[in-house]
Design a protein around this ligand. Structure first.
Ligand SMILES: Cc1cc2nc3c(=O)[nH]c(=O)nc-3n(C[C@H](O)[C@H](O)[C@H](O)COP(=O)(O)O)c2cc1C
Length: 147
């Protein structure tokens, strides 16, 4: 799981690298949304800091299943030679709870600061205070590599 955690932690938002979260509504209609704040906490747990995510939240309330996808810096030249090169992961899980405390949001934001350039970290803290409301928790059910 260390490699999975490292893949999520290694994304650089400024380079356009993002994570996606996939959910489904009660009828099975799918949705995908970009999210920068997903963190693999340990073997069993994922955290995501939520701001809006309107449809994603609506879906999670109707159906707790979710999938997070990260693709890390594909080296296309190397990929042509080695089709088994690891390019990222899909982490599947189940929505289990919410922490609405300001401390939880602040702590979680601090843990993903390295995804931003040093000079943007202070403004990110301000953005978090203003716009991000709660930390969502998911229990990991399975992981698949992207290759
Ligand atoms: C690069 C990027 C990162 C984002 N990260 C987050 C995030 O961590 N948390 C969040 O609540 N919204 C985040 N958003 C905003 C959501 O993607 C946006 O609100 C989206 O429209 C929600 O889609 P939905 O209504 O289908 O859930 C991010 C957007 C972008 C472009």
């Amino acid at each position: 799981m260390d490699a999975v955690k490292a893949a999520f932690d290694s994304i650089k938002l400024i380079k356009g690298q993002i994570i996606s979260v996939g959910t489904c509504d009660a009828d099975g209609n799918p949705n995908v949304a970009p999210v920068g704040s997903v963190r693999i906490v340990d073997d069993r747990t994922v955290h995501l800091i939520q701001g809006e995510l309107g449809r994603t939240m609506k879906n999670l309330k109707a159906n707790p299943r979710a999938v997070f996808s990260v693709v890390t810096r594909p080296k296309l030249r190397a990929l042509l030679k080695d089709k088994d090169q690891n390019l990222g992961y899909r982490v599947y899980g189940r929505f289990t709870g919410v922490d609405e405390s300001k401390e939880a949001v602040r702590d979680e934001a601090d843990k993903i600061l390295s995804r931003l350039p040093f000079l943007l970290r202070r403004s990110f803290r301000g953005f978090v205070e203003k716009n991000l409301k709660r930390v969502l928790e998911f229990e990991i059910t399975s992981v698949r590599a992207v290759s």
